[in-house]
Design a protein around this ligand. Sequence first.
Ligand code: ADA
Length: 576
Amino acid sequence: MKRLFVSHEKRSVTDLGGAWKFSLDPKKTGIENGWQNGLPTGETVIVPSVWNTELRNLMYEGWGWYEKKFKTQGGTLYFEFEAVMTEATVWLDGKEIKKHYGAFTPFEIIVNDVLEGEHTLVVLADSTIDKNSFPQRYTDWFNYGGIARDVSVSNLKGVSILLNHVKYELSSDLGSASVWCTLELYNASNEKTSAPVSIKIGDEVIYCEQIALDAYQAMTINTPKVKLENIELWNMDSPKLYTVIASTDTDDLIDKIGFRKIEVKSLDILLNGKRVELLGVNRHEEHPDWGFAFPAKLMKKDIDLIVDMGCNTIRGSHYPNSKIFVDMLDERGILFWSEIPMWGCGFSEQSLADPIIKERGLNMQKEMVKYYYNHPSIVIWGMHNEIATYHENSYELSREWSAYLRENGGNRLITHASNHPLKDRDMGFDDIICINIYHGWYRYGGYEGKLSDWDKMIEEFRQRRIENGWEDKPVIMSEFGAGALAGFHSHFDTVRWSEEYQRDLMEYCLELFHKTDYMRGTYLWQFCNIRTSPSMDMNRVRYFNNKGILDEYRNPKAAYFKVKELYTKYANEMKK
Ligand code: ADA
């Protein structure tokens, strides 16, 4: 997995990116034809990538096969896949070694006793949408298929470190921290092995023990608490990161952490005790030429644009983003909201009680927490987006998922994005209330699609907060916006799809929310246009969601400059 820093000095990792043999399988006959042993024919593609951006494959949904031959000195191999869309089945030399469901979270595979020499790795990526899939058919993004993020293989030797979650409690003056770690160890040797296991944070060794494990045994350890004095905090203007090295005599795992506290106190969001107004954008990690196989170089460009706009936060709508992107946010002090790909309008009320849907969703929450736990920039876990939160099935699901995140998710605020602010029953589970509404663009629920609808809604929701005892929960407008076709201008400010209409709507909304006493932030919809699913039909001109304040090639529309002016003004007010 690519990171912004070296994550192993002792472990030898081979990047399996580059040329793979590839074949589509529209009839889904590959298994009966033995393709798991190796592909009979195929073209060469570059991994990571998605097949839909190749010529003629745009609309292909279904099975895609990948094959890679690689050489190894043998022993215990550790494969890491950062993202395969959407279901992955993996074979090594014809033997199935993994099935994984979920497009945007990593998974790994340990294979013992591999012989020295050349081996064949085959991956079946299945992007088929069915009644149990995340997302469902009706979803406002494009269903890309393929091996979209990095693949690597390592040789594990002796006692190895598979995971290290750094946990801490800050003292009340935030000057020191009580720190401990949850370590997952694995003995990659075929005999009982004893090894020194140590953890260093910055210059301080916080743990050092001799640990013995049986052959191929896994073990989870919670290390004792240690006090670290004179902590330098991770702040937005000085995002101090500490290097954490967990190592044994034969293996290591290097990561970065930051010490910070995010909390809510009587309507305010506090980062390290200081009030923050969230000035944010929703961003898909998507580009029409690369799909979800998003290049790191462009991530930096997106962040530069977002920072230039005066933002201090990004919502990773609507799925976990690449690790290297979140590393960049850690380095630059930008707050991040991470969520799972549960885009609600496609999920029926009944599906929310379906055991497969619930299990898949919870598993995605677990994987998100597992792989992203150490990132200081992630301050919000999003449970889901726009599901039927007025229904009891949703209530049960949110109850279970919020309990899981609260117990296991570290110091983060929990939320869900709701498009039913006046009927939502799940907001009581949240630390911050997040509302998606498009007044001034769509007509719905007795509202007329006019900007003036906002005033009515703000007053109605004020009342609802009081009736439900939610007065202390900050409210964030997590989506609002209007479509604009880049280059389409009008003298008349009421002409929809013009850059001027979008710009004026953004100005109206941002100024209104900024001065609304119970609101503490905004995530405008959206950073840039995205390619979307044909299931959205005529609603989406060009089959793009055109609500970006930049177009899909990151060229600014008029709204970009207005947002920049306003967010910069609000950011300066915060400094006073
Ligand atoms: C919803 C949804 C977004 C997008 C938006 C829109 O709020 O969460 O993904 O579809 O609506 O453009 O209508």
